[in-house]
Design a protein around this ligand. Structure first.
Ligand SMILES: *[C@@H]1O[C@H](CO)[C@@H](O)[C@H](O)[C@H]1NC(C)=O
Ligand SMILES: *[C@@H]1O[C@H](CO)[C@@H](O)[C@H](O)[C@H]1NC(C)=O
Ligand SMILES: *[C@@H]1O[C@H](CO)[C@@H](O)[C@H](O)[C@H]1NC(C)=O
Ligand SMILES: *[C@@H]1O[C@H](CO)[C@@H](O)[C@H](O)[C@H]1NC(C)=O
Ligand SMILES: *[C@@H]1O[C@H](CO)[C@@H](O)[C@H](O)[C@H]1NC(C)=O
Ligand SMILES: *[C@@H]1O[C@H](CO)[C@@H](O)[C@H](O)[C@H]1NC(C)=O
Ligand SMILES: *[C@@H]1O[C@H](CO)[C@@H](O)[C@H](O)[C@H]1NC(C)=O
Ligand SMILES: *[C@@H]1O[C@H](CO)[C@@H](O)[C@H](O)[C@H]1NC(C)=O
Length: 574
């Protein structure tokens, strides 16, 4: 295995960079009512007035005379004014826009924190409008712009053949295209730089210069990186659905799919509990159907798919980095579909359709998808987030792994398949193009992630039924932060708000307001079964009735907002 000779390991640089001090005289940013060109579909989802400001930061922190970058910030006011401080919310990806998320959901987060904190969002580098990373010339609607254990008991894609025969070559085309379109700024997107942006934001928005932070998914990687670089600046930090730093920065992501099978089992468990009137699969083998029956039936059906060696055609709208759908295994797309749809209960119906198709051996839904139809049905509005390839723009830049030929990826593929559980084959293809990435980060921070003594302890939150950030990873990440705590949120999926639990919401609210951590070993149950939740929302025109025993009217309103957000996508589709 040869490493590319162009690799320069810059991780040591981080500690040598000067750490800015908080300004002695704090002057708030110039907040004004937002005038952003959100597309109509987002505009409709913004529940009230919001303020905007920009913040000037260097494009390149390693260069004293660097060009400047204007970070777009957005703020939802606390209902109580003056507020107790400002909390920065960072969404996942990497690649999702914090401006867009806070515009839509800032009011919900403000409410969870008891109306006492302003919520601030920003577009991390590569996303939204902050040097957006997109490997297609702007406006062009090219064909591609459409949207653990060793003993695998589920049929596996022949990943190594796929890589040799298709993925290596297409990854090479993709990384070259990205290099050509993003040459000027493509090396300034690393999470280390975004962490420095976050420091500048903290100093600009809070008189004490301290960070109050709530990150989800990739946002947890940003949070951990900030905490490692600036531990004495961490006043509050909630990390929900936790990415493991060693796995992320190595570019291997081996542990990420470790609990996908558990997430699927939980999906079946909730199905059987909800019963056949809500989940048709609950009667799959008669009224006594068990989750194990469903797992077995699905595995047998996937085995048929594998044996038939079905592949897709050039016209299939594959994920953006593939250059063509030609030769993609149907097995890969089915497993990827199940995996990706397990993220949230509001996609339970989509998981059902994929599984039902698989059980019936009917792949019309998948094979009839075409690029032409996808483009014809795509929204015509200009999206806020222009960083259509920001996932790779950020994740590949942060990854230290490069290979100069396909053999150089053999160990990676084996490690992913043998260490990543039954769905590693479905997800890990996403990372393969990173091995041929042509950018080297201006700064890459890779740790050490150990013994990080933050000013205030970090609160980690994770579900045991999370298909992409396993609970074990949250505990492992927490070992690097003495005094931190992991709250087990027993709702389904990736992101604790997707399957609400009043217990989890209270723990997060108390942590921000009082600084308190839940007791060691605390586990929070969701308010109700995920199937029953979506069934009620669909039957009741989007209205979820609060059954929980709330403390007061304010808490009832908060919970209502969280439920409304959890089912909003379903309601829109009605
Ligand atoms: C937010 O609060 C500030 C005062 O802290 C006020 O000047 C501003 O108008 C408020 N913005 C909105 C959108 O209500
Ligand atoms: C630093 O930034 C300036 C201004 O953009 C540029 O001219 C110069 O080449 C940069 N230096 C390095 C080492 O990148
Ligand atoms: C992008 O689209 C806009 C609006 O459709 C158009 O005015 C503009 O010329 C396009 N730019 C390019 C580079 O095609
Ligand atoms: C692998 O799993 C199969 C099916 O669950 C089981 O029969 C077998 O004993 C397992 N093998 C090992 C080495 O764990
Ligand atoms: C369950 O399936 C059986 C056939 O296996 C059928 O007779 C029965 O009516 C079904 N029950 C429900 C509630 O759909
Ligand atoms: C499966 O199909 C691919 C592409 O059509 C072919 O290269 C491969 O040999 C086939 N494998 C089997 C086991 O039939
Ligand atoms: C399940 O799939 C079969 C075969 O495609 C179809 O006939 C049936 O209607 C599907 N069931 C539901 C509930 O959608
Ligand atoms: C296969 O599924 C499609 C929906 O994707 C459905 O329209 C069709 O009727 C199904 N075919 C059979 C034979 O059930």
């Amino acid at each position: 295995m040869h490493l590319s000779t162009t690799i320069t390991l810059l991780s040591g640089l981080a500690v040598t960079l000067a750490i800015p001090h908080p300004p002695t005289q704090h002057k708030d940013l110039d907040w004004k009512p937002c005038d952003l060109d959100f597309p109509p579909s987002i505009q409709q989802q913004i529940p009230g007035p919001i303020d905007c400001a920009t913040l000037d930061v260097p494009l390149d922190y390693t260069n004293k005379s660097s060009e400047r970058l204007q970070l777009q910030l957005i703020k939802v006011n606390a209902t109580q004014q003056p507020s107790d401080g400002r909390v920065v919310f960072a969404p996942g990806g990497p690649g999702n826009s914090g401006v867009e998320e806070v515009a839509k959901l800032g009011r919900v987060y403000e409410s969870i924190l008891g109306g006492r904190y302003d919520i601030v969002g920003f577009d991390p580098r590569g996303t939204g409008r902050t040097i957006p990373f997109s490997c297609v010339p702007s406006n062009a609607t090219t064909k591609r712009s459409a949207p653990a254990h060793d003993n695998n008991t589920i049929p596996q894609v022949d990943s190594w053949s796929l890589l040799q025969n298709k993925a290596w070559q297409e990854g090479s085309v993709f990384s070259q295209l990205c290099y050509e379109t993003q040459k000027v700024t493509g090396r300034f997107l690393s999470t280390a730089f975004v962490a420095r942006d976050l420091l500048a934001i903290s100093e600009a928005i809070n008189p004490d210069g301290l960070l109050r932070f709530w990150g989800r998914s990739y946002g947890t990687m940003l949070g951990q990186t900030f905490a490692a670089l600036f531990p004495d600046r961490v006043e509050r930090m909630v990390l929900d659905s936790v990415v493991l730093a060693s796995d992320y920065y190595s570019g291997q992501w081996i542990s990420s799919t470790r609990d996908t099978t558990r997430s699927l089992e939980h999906y079946f468990q909730e199905c059987v509990e909800a019963g056949p009137s809500i989940c048709p699969l609950a009667n799959f083998s008669g009224p006594d159907t068990t989750p194990a029956d469903l797992m077995q039936a699905l595995y047998a059906a996937l085995e048929d798919v594998r044996a038939q060696n079905l592949t897709l055609s050039a016209d299939y709208p594959a994920l953006p980095w593939w250059q063509s759908g030609e030769g993609l295994p149907v097995l890969l797309e089915l497993k990827y579909g199940i995996f990706a749809q397990l993220y949230r209960p509001d996609q339970y119906g989509a998981v059902f359709l994929t599984i039902n198709d698989t059980l019936h051996g009917n792949f019309t839904r998948l094979t009839s998808l075409t690029i032409e139809d996808t483009l014809a049905n795509a929204p015509t509005e200009e999206p806020w987030s222009r960083g259509s390839n920001a996932f790779h723009g950020v994740a590949c830049l942060d990854s230290s792994f490069r290979a100069s030929n396909v053999e150089g990826l053999y160990n990676t593929v084996q490690a992913q398949l043998r260490g990543g559980g039954d769905y590693a084959d479905a997800f890990s293809t996403q990372l393969w193009p990173c091995a041929q990435w042509k950018f080297e980060a201006a700064e890459r921070y890779e740790g050490a992630f150990r013994d990080i003594k933050t000013r205030h302890p970090v609160l980690f939150v994770n579900s045991p039924y999370d298909p992409i950030t396993p609970l074990g990873g949250a505990f492992e990440a927490a070992t690097a932060f003495p005094g931190s705590r992991v709250l087990v949120h027993r709702g389904h999926g990736h992101g604790s708000n997707n399957h609400p639990s009043l217990c989890t919401l209270r723990a997060i609210g108390d942590y921000f307001r009082e600084g308190t951590l839940p007791d060691v070993g605390t586990e929070c149950e969701p308010g109700r079964n995920g199937w029953e939740l979506i069934d009620e929302a669909v039957r009741n025109e989007g209205i979820v009735t609060i059954q929980e025993e709330v403390r007061d009217e304010e808490e009832r309103e908060m919970l209502q907002k969280v439920y409304d957000a959890a089912v909003a996508a379903l309601v829109k589709a009605l």
